[in-house]
Design a protein around this ligand. Structure first.
Ligand code: GDP
Length: 430
């Protein structure tokens, strides 16, 4: 059994994604018995480096790279079976025998979802969130329409055909009649190909809620791995500039079938500044030379696209919401080293919306569009002492301790993990 003293731990993003969840997950994944994803699809992405070996994963939980833990793709995740088979082949090529299970209830991304995603781009104009065009929004929509195909359905030809007839006709009609695009793949072709994927994946498909329940009852440790971040949550984020799933920890229960009562520790990964991929107002965004400096120092360029990310100062209105909605037990504050050398560090503590001070994320798009950051500036800490991670929290500069204490007071949550570099050991645990 693992040495992870807390039995069920969740790691979620407290901002816009790219907070450094990969590094924090890496801390826990190796010593967990189960590592589980609960939402999203192959639109997420993380890089894990183990013993100098780099893994780029989009769908499979990062536990896979450690060999020992069982990786589970929960029912709340949407699965592109082709992408999953490719990722399984990828980890096998890297010498890993994948210990993996996929929920029988997870919904399947079908070719018509991907086609619809492409056809939808442009449709929302300046309300578009910036889709990865992997079919994520259409598959979740189909799930709610109750047209969805689940992993288990791929294994039952009669049910699969019955559902496919409905789902295919519905999506084809939207793609061709509403969006004026064509859908070039036939239903029969999809049936054959996806039945085949089902057979190839059969040994991985399980009732993972039951598996996790039994694991928990027998004292195993479980790590839930969130993707993206709170402001991209489809309910609590800056809608409609969000992703199509719930990124909040609450979705662990519905997205895996593990009760929220059993989760001991919920860690919100928070970067010491902001970065954002995609559209939406961003009150504490910065521009010009200052932005370029922060972007370059922090390496804030898209991993696959290389596109510069938008950057800004830490926004505690956002983090406050992350603490409340996720029920964070602690914050992991990352990339503090990127703020080395600044004389002053502005932190956004509230928004000014037409003369009114607001301290919580507004639902109103008008308010959010008009939100101006209200900053408090804290003195910087120059450079961190060499090998600070060996010396512990007490050896940190007082200005950095004050900066952390300020965040804790503002959002009412302790910062227990402090990350000062990309490597595993460059971390201070309090
Ligand atoms: P995720 O999308 O939240 O999983 O973000 P990633 O884990 O991919 O992190 C983004 C990048 O930040 C990666 O290249 C990490 O190696 C890097 N990173 C994480 N923590 C730190 C840190 O404390 N300092 C620095 N300099 N880089 C970090």
């Amino acid at each position: 059994m693992s040495s992870n003293p807390s039995k069920i731990t969740a790691i979620v993003g407290a901002q816009w994604g790219d907070e450094g969840k990969g590094k924090i997950t890496d801390f826990f994944a190796g010593e967990s018995d189960y590592v589980v994803r609960f939402h999203g699809g192959n639109n997420a992405g993380h890089t894990i480096i183990v013993d100098g070996n780099t893994f780029k994963l989009h769908l499979i939980p990062s536990g896979i790279v450690y060999g020992e833990p069982m990786s589970i793709i929960g029912n709340g995740v949407v699965v592109d079976p082709k992408a999953l088979l490719d990722e399984i082949a990828y980890v096998k090529e890297k010498g890993i025998d994948p210990k993996l299970m996929v929920s029988d209830r997870a919904h399947v991304i079908m070719p018509y979802h991907i086609a619809m995603d492409g056809a939808l781009s442009g449709h929302q104009g300046n309300l578009a969130a910036g889709s990865t065009r992997r079919g994520i929004a259409p598959v979740y929509a189909d799930k709610m329409f109750r047209n969805g195909i689940r992993m288990v359905d791929l294994l039952e030809p009669d049910v699969f055909k019955e559902k496919l007839e409905k789902g295919y006709a519905f999506c084809k009609s939207i793609i061709e009649k509403t969006l004026n695009q064509s859908l070039d793949i036939s239903m029969d072709e999809i049936f054959d190909t996806y039945s085949d994927y089902g057979q190839k994946l059969k040994s991985y498909i399980h009732d993972t809620s039951v598996v996790l329940y039994k694991a928990h009852k027998s004292g195993k440790s479980i790590l839930f791995e969130g993707a993206q971040g709170i402001s991209l949550d489809v309910d609590h984020g800056v809608y409609p500039y969000t992703t199509s799933s719930n990124t909040a920890a609450g979705h662990i229960s519905t997205g895996t079938g593990v009760s929220f009562r059993d989760i001991d520790r919920i860690i919100g990964v928070t970067k010491a500044y902001l970065s954002r991929v995609g559209e939406s107002p961003l009150p504490s965004e910065i521009h010009g030379d200052e932005a370029k400096m922060l972007r370059d120092k922090g390496g804030e360029y898209g991993t696959t696209t290389g596109r510069p990310r938008r950057v800004g100062w830490l926004d505690l209105v956002q983090v406050r919401q992350a603490v409340r909605v996720n029920g964070l037990t602690e914050i992991a504050l990352t990339k503090l080293d990127i703020l080395n050398g600044f004389d002053e560090l502005p932190i956004c503590v509230a928004y000014d919306v037409k003369g009114k001070r607001i301290t919580e994320m507004p639902a109103s798009l008008t308010e959010y569009r008009n939100a101006k950051p209200i900053y408090e500036s804290l003195p910087g800490w120059g450079d961190l002492p060499e090998n600070i991670w060996d010396k512990g929290y007490d050896a940190m500069p007082q200005t950095l301790k004050d900066y952390i204490a300020f965040i804790e007071r503002q959002v009412d949550c302790p910062v227990k993990i402090v990350s000062v570099g990309p490597q595993r050991h460059e971390t201070i645990i309090r």
